[in-house]
Every structure is written in C-alpha cells, then in structure tokens.
Design a protein around this ligand. Structure first.
Ligand code: AMP
Ligand code: MN
Ligand code: MN
Ligand code: MN
Length: 308
C-alpha cells in the first residue's frame, strides 16, 4: 500500500471538504505524503500546509491544470509548484476567468432541455465562486432529482452530445507544462485512462503522440495508480511510463465522502517496474526543495537509485 496521495480536491475547487478537513481525513487514513491539487487554483495550499504540519504529515504544493490539446480536454498535475511564481499565478487566473461565462452557457444549454435554475443552483455548491465547474452543476442535478448521484450525471449530462455540455478552450499544453516546470514543479499527466475510453477517446497512436509531445515539453510524470484506473490500467500505464521514461504518480482524485471512486490514501502499490515520481525530489542530493529538475536531472536520479 502506498502512503502517498498526490491528487485530491478541496472546497477551493470542486471538493466537499475544506483543506483542513481534507488533511485531517488523509491523516486518519494513513497518508504520510499529501498533495492538494485543486483545479486551476492554489488558494487552498497555505491552509492545507499548516494543517499538515500540525498532523506531522509531509505536504506537497499541487495544482490540477485544465488543458485543451487538439480536441481533447486534459488535466496536468503540477507537484511541488511554487504558487507565487508569476506566470503560473497569472495563467491560472486566466483559466479561472473563463469559467463564469462557460457556466452561463452550460445553464442555457440545460434550460433548453427543460432544466431551469441551474446557474443559481450550481453556484450554491461552489464555495469558491471563481472555480465554478461541472461538478457543481452535477450536485445541483442530483439535488433536483435529475440523476441519482454525481457519477451518473456524467452519463446523461455535461458531456459531449448531452445537455449542459459546452466546448471550452482551456490552457495550452506548452503553457501548462512551462508554468509548472518554471515554478520548480514536476508536471504529471493526470488519469490517462480517462482519455482513452473505448469509442469516444483517443487511440494508442494519438496517446503516444501526446506523451511524446508532453515529454518534449518537459513533462516528467504520468498517473499510473489513480482513482479512475482499473488494476489492468495500472499495468497498461506502467508500460507507457517505461516506454516514455516517465515517473509514476499515484492519487485518489478524492472529491468527497461518498462521491468519489476512491477515498483518500490506501492506494495499491505500483507495478514493480515503476519509478515513483518522488524520486524526482527525494533521491537527488543536488536539488534543493525549489530546484527545477530537468530531464537530465531525472537521469541522474535514476543512476543514483540504482547505486543505492
Ligand atoms: P470541469 O473542470 O468544470 O470541466 O469539471 C471537471 C470535473 O468534473 C472533474 O474534475 C471531475 O470532478 C468531474 N467529472 C468529470 N467527469 C466525471 C465522471 N465521469 N464522473 C464523476 N465526475 C466527473
Ligand atoms: Mn474535479
Ligand atoms: Mn482531473
Ligand atoms: Mn482531479
């Protein structure tokens, strides 16, 4: 079992727990290393870091950036970012500023399908109004009786071809990776299994093009063990990690009790041949906590871990 959880959400984005409550729950569940990765917003990190230090838990500054690559929406996780790094802070601000207008269009689309009051309804679930998104609409749709739970909302609403879906332009992949790496962080491709779903998703050729571009831009990690992957996908993405010389990351993608596929922590071990993402910061005696590791840095880590 892994005592790292490097992907979860608080009320700063679309989670149900405050950063302090999230850290307390993670500690109870045995997490020793936690990254808070709210969507497009880093304003929960200071509170989470303070709570983690009270609990004697190692805390990692994180973020999950929304990206548009070709026709796909991707999520890129930044770990060990510096939230004060200006290009990152400004980039996230720009992404957030698009969410309000998108929400209005989503509500209009739902209204055309006979669902009224969605905008006000969704905002009632958004603690942080600046990060209004599909999960808040999903909670409104559940409360109003249109779906039995948040997960089933995403079968009938808010996705391509269904009421409430609105195409949106997020950050570019080069921008997101450069904001993360420029701030001293490690860029990780989140839940790749979500992009390759049968029929609607990208095929293997496109996934390989994405991974190759991501690595060229400075991306260093890929989620292998995560809340939305099956055990077969752990093995599948471990193979991609090795093929593209990427470090493996793990995270529950926890949003709230009873709502998520997985609760915090207690994630199963990586397939044996994976190099965990924390090698990028643990095993390098030359790096200080805020040093950017280049891909050659990772090669150095690799050599060192063999020597140990
Ligand atoms: P947004 O950034 O507004 O597009 O919202 C994306 C969020 O919607 C994700 O981070 C998840 O929290 C949620 N979401 C998307 N697809 C699903 C799904 N199939 N099941 C549950 N939640 C989902
Ligand atoms: Mn989310
Ligand atoms: Mn995501
Ligand atoms: Mn997430």
């Amino acid at each position: 079992m892994l005592d790292y959880d490097l992907h979860c959400h608080s009320t700063v984005s679309d989670g149900l727990l405050s950063p302090t409550e999230l850290v307390a729950r993670a500690a109870e569940r045995g997490v020793k290393f936690l990254a808070l990765t709210d969507h497009d917003d880093t304003s929960g990190l200071a509170e989470a870091a303070a709570a983690a230090s009270q609990q004697g838990m190692q805390f990692i500054n994180g973020v999950e950036i929304s990206v548009t690559w070709r026709s796909y929406t991707l999520h890129i996780i930044g770990l060990r970012i510096d939230p004060a790094y200006k290009p990152l802070a400004e980039g996230l601000h720009t992404i957030r500023s698009g969410r309000g207008a998108r929400a209005e269009l989503m509500a209009e689309s739902l209204a055309r399908s006979g669902i009224s009051g969605a905008l006000t309804g969704a905002y009632q679930y958004a603690d942080n109004q600046g990060i209004i998104g599909r999960t808040h609409f999903a909670r409104f749709l559940v409360e109003s009786g249109y779906s039995k739970d948040v997960r089933s909302v995403f079968k009938n609403y808010l996705v391509k071809g269904k009421p409430g879906y609105v195409a949106h332009q997020w950050a570019s992949l080069p921008d997101a990776v450069s904001w993360i790496c420029g701030s001293g962080g490690v860029a990780v491709l989140a839940h790749p299994g979500r992009y390759t779903v049968a029929r609607k998703g990208m095929g293997q050729k496109t996934l390989r093009e994405l991974l190759s571009e991501f690595v060229d831009l400075g991306g260093q990690g890929i989620e292998v063990v995560c809340g939305s992957h099956t055990p077969e996908q752990y093995a599948e993405f471990a193979r991609y990690a090795n093929e593209f010389n990427l470090l493996a990351s793990c995270g529950s993608d926890f949003h709230g009790p009873g709502e998520s596929y997985r609760d915090l922590g207690r994630l199963p071990d990586f397939p044996l041949d994976c190099r965990p993402v924390w090698l990028a910061w643990e095993a390098d005696p030359f790096s200080s906590s805020d040093t950017l590791l280049t891909s050659s840095g990772v090669e150095r880590v690799e050599a060192e871990s063999i020597n140990r």
